[in-house]
Design a protein around this ligand. Structure first.
Ligand SMILES: C[S@@+](CC[C@H](N)C(=O)[O-])C[C@H]1O[C@@H](n2cnc3c(N)ncnc32)[C@H](O)[C@@H]1O
Length: 199
């Protein structure tokens, strides 16, 4: 999948960014829910598979100390060049997260990264996130459901997520806004999953 993303960024074919723009109002509401539970400033947030930083920039604008991590250097360079105060970016692998490099976090965001990983990689991401999670940290994940569509991430079930995040409590599962997605992707019926560290 990484080769596919590298090519997509090189060619500028990034449909997930348009989908994110169209769905921005709903995404803002999800972040407002995270922030309502916290004092100001809300804390440190890690955007897993941040791409060119669309959501990391939004987190920083809302007062989070936001860190984006992605394994495609071209995407991270673009994210850095558009970054305002409060957003930093790291080239790295979400299946090999390091506390000494990244620190610990109150909130994790995964928009379209986890659902493209294999089972072992998902377990590695879950373990790494858990190691970096502060007590009571939350995770918000947008993931496709399993799909046979070619050239599309395989998707995951709720059970796949719960298996990777064993020490976390699944708080909610809500349908994501697909209005900005290309036609076939709408059939993946993506969901927003919200989890809290500490079952
Ligand atoms: C669908 S894109 C979404 C990007 C971004 N979250 C957004 O919504 O604009 C998925 C991203 O996950 C990144 N990714 C996939 N596997 C990764 C891994 N093992 N480590 C880090 N990033 C990864 C890809 O490079 C890509 O930028």
């Amino acid at each position: 999948m990484s080769t596919g993303y590298a090519l997509a960024y090189r060619l500028g074919i990034t449909p997930w960014e348009r989908a994110g723009e169209v769905a921005k109002a709903g995404f803002d509401a999800l972040l407002a829910r995270e922030e309502a539970e916290r004092s100001r400033p809300p804390g440190r947030a890690l955007d897993l598979g941040c791409g060119r930083g669309q959501h990391t920039h939004e987190l920083a604008a809302r007062g989070w100390e936001a860190v984006g991590v992605d394994n495609i250097p071209r995407a991270v360079e673009a994210a850095r060049s558009a970054a305002g105060p409060g957003a930093t970016f790291v080239v790295g692998d979400v299946t090999d997260l390091s506390e000494s490099t990244l620190g610990t976090f109150d909130f994790f965001l995964d928009v379209g990264c986890f659902h493209g990983l294999g089972a072992d990689e998902r377990r590695a991401q879950g373990g790494g996130v858990t190691a970096l999670a502060r007590p009571g940290a939350t995770l918000l994940m947008l993931a496709f459901q399993p799909t046979p569509l070619p050239l599309v991430p395989d998707g995951v079930t709720r059970a796949d997520i719960e298996a990777a995040f064993g020490g976390w409590q699944l708080l909610s599962v809500e349908p994501a806004d697909t209005s900005g997605m290309p036609g076939p992707l709408k059939r993946t019926t993506p969901q927003w999953y919200r989890l809290r560290n500490g079952a």
